[in-house]
Unconditional design. Structure first.
Length: 97
């Protein structure tokens, strides 16, 4: 079960799996069988990030594109976002809701 701040590859129904940043916690996922995730943004790498985009390493995740996916569609654990990135994602989520 994935937890807040994990970066995983997920099947979002596209041609190939994409990296996502998990924003929901393990308790939510266990109770609902779903996870709230921000998908990787596939735009140009040298663009100034908008307030709702969060960089984790070389990847940028779009919090404004938050989706709920079934936990069985979360495929491989890629890594973990640093605390500062998770907090930036949470601030972005609060700002757009």
């Amino acid at each position: 079960m994935s937890d807040t701040g994990q970066v995983v590859r997920a099947d979002l129904g596209g041609e190939r799996p994409r990296q996502v940043l998990v924003l929901s916690n393990r308790r939510f996922s266990t109770r609902t069988g779903r996870a709230l995730v921000a998908p990787e943004w596939l735009g140009p790498p040298d663009v100034q990030l908008l307030p709702w985009q969060v960089r984790v390493g070389a990847a940028v995740f779009a919090v404004d594109r938050l989706v709920s996916v079934k936990t069985d569609r979360l495929l491989d654990d890629v890594g973990e976002a640093p605390y500062t990135a998770v907090m930036a994602a949470r601030r972005a989520l609060l700002a757009i809701t």
